[in-house]
Design a protein around this ligand. Sequence first.
Ligand SMILES: [Ca+2]
Length: 215
Amino acid sequence: DGLYIIQPKEEPIVVFCNMQDGGWTVIQHITVNSTVDFDRTWQDYKYGFGSVHENHWLGNEYMHQLTGSSVQYILGIKLVNLNAEVKWGQYEPFLIEGEESQYRIRVGLYKGNATDALTLDTEAYLHDNQKFTTKDRDNDNYFMNCAKLELNGIPGGGWWYDACAGANLNRRNVIYWQKDCNKQRPCKFAWMMIKPIEHHQPYPAKACPCQKVEL
Ligand SMILES: [Ca+2]
């Protein structure tokens, strides 16, 4: 585990890699009642905020640069409740489209022991295909701006809202993941992480530098 410099496009960026759980690049981390404010503008969510070894949002632009390449990615969700019980979920594939598409999210098939909160079977709560919404840019399907809706005085923050959502990991006081994390069952930590989909290699790839075969 630790900090790494990666270069998804021109600009090098610092990311936190979670190696113990299998080699993931962390794109979001929140601790309940974090001092990092997640009630931010479009521009803040675009390039990220917080500190990468603690609570942070990596940035929609970087999420797009990483997942929008020719390599397909998996989204991993890790949730820890107050009893230190860990829940996992993952979506394959996972993709964030570019700013011209308002950083629309695409999520594929789910597996894990957490609730499938991003594709919850409720008409108003689908995440797949939703654009990103912040307090200063309302792209959601609700008559108000979901990012501004408050719970105990804390707004929802930026997210891929529908009208509004069965999950939101960016509300600072209540980490929300449908049945797993909510007001009644509080969670302490959440992470969003990504990694490339591994294509099965039938033969060891690192035999080179290769000896010329004498026939
Ligand atoms: Ca709206």
